[in-house]
Design a protein. Structure first.
Length: 321
């Protein structure tokens, strides 16, 4: 083997290793949904009432709103639970638990500090229970937030007693929570769509990588150096094209939501996009052509129906005259 051939093989192996590392990281980010979270982070609305500075606790005892501000600092995806609490226990929840009197007037700092920790845990338990329930409501599409009632199981025992004292009151989710649920459901759908798009792109690149590794192990000199650089990129673009064409075709032939598309055939086609670029390109071309023909046919049919309605209206008017 000549020095030039040896250097070329060494360079190809290095390019393959770089692609393997990059695609492995992208695959992990796609499967764990970290990439989708990173992409959608800027477009996500800021959590309501989220404080940017850590609050200073009162000298005597921390109040509910102070603990909630600190709770939000440590948990960035907290719903607007203060709106829910305000609608049920105003303003009782803010000072629902105070220091014991025998501890307030004692000079023992350990006693006061222990009471502060007890109060903080009390409120954090309350906020965790409400947060988990609201996220469950947001993830369950069958639940209508406009008619969903607030149940006693959402709160600790101390707060359940307050609800029992007002049985005649209609405890429904406040408007802030309803809007939050709608907004989060839209974000879930968008996140699912973006994550599927990323997985298809990675599968397209992996298909190309399988082809290139097989070519490298067979010591074939037919594949050019440019293939080692651009074939995975071609696989990514072909996988993107498959996804876009399938979404376009789905929107024409169906009125269902985009997230209801069957992704299993797309995964297979995305992997084949790298392995069999030419054949997948032909598949994309045929699908795109069929979708465009269907779109043109539906538009022409709709235009004819509109023209017929106009002609019928003109005939009725002329008959009436």
């Amino acid at each position: 083997m000549s020095k030039q051939a040896a250097f070329s093989r060494l360079l190809r192996g290095f390019i393959l290793i770089v692609w393997i590392i990059v695609l492995s990281l992208l695959a992990y980010g796609s499967i764990s949904k970290h990439l989708a979270n990173l992409i959608l982070r800027e477009s996500r609305p800021e959590i309501l009432n989220r404080d940017k500075k850590k609050p200073e606790l009162d000298n005597n005892y921390p109040t509910g709103d102070q603990v909630l501000s600190e709770f939000r600092m440590n948990n960035p995806e907290v719903p607007p639970i203060d709106a829910l609490l305000d609608s049920i226990f105003p303003p009782t929840w803010v000072e629902a638990k105070k220091l014991e009197e025998d501890c307030m007037y004692e000079e023992d700092c350990m006693c006061i500090e222990g009471q502060r920790e007890s109060i903080t845990r009390f409120y954090e338990n309350l906020f965790l229970k409400i947060t988990r329930r609201l996220w469950s409501i947001a993830r369950d599409e069958s639940v209508d937030p406009k008619i969903e009632r607030i149940e006693k199981s959402m709160f600790p025992i101390e707060f359940q007693k307050l609800i029992e004292e007002n049985p005649e009151k209609d405890f429904k989710l406040p408007l802030e929570i309803q809007n939050w649920v709608v907004r989060e459901r839209k974000r879930f759908k968008k996140k699912s769509l973006v994550n599927t798009f990323l997985i298809l792109s990675v599968l397209g690149a992996f298909g190309a990588l399988i082809f290139l590794i097989r070519d490298y192990l067979s010591s074939s000199e037919k594949t050019k150096m440019s293939d080692y650089i651009f074939r995975p990129i071609l696989g990514i673009f072909l996988a993107m094209a498959i996804f876009i064409v399938d979404v376009f075709a789905h929107s024409i032939i169906s009125t269902s939501n985009i997230v209801q598309i069957r992704y299993e055939p797309l995964y297979v086609l995305a992997l084949a996009a790298g392995l069999l670029s030419e054949k997948v390109y032909n598949v994309i071309q045929r699908r795109a052509g069929a979708a465009i023909e269907q779109y043109e046919g539906d538009r022409t049919k709709g235009q004819k129906n509109n023209d017929n309605k106009v002609d019928s209206a003109d005939e009725k008017n002329s008959t009436a005259d």
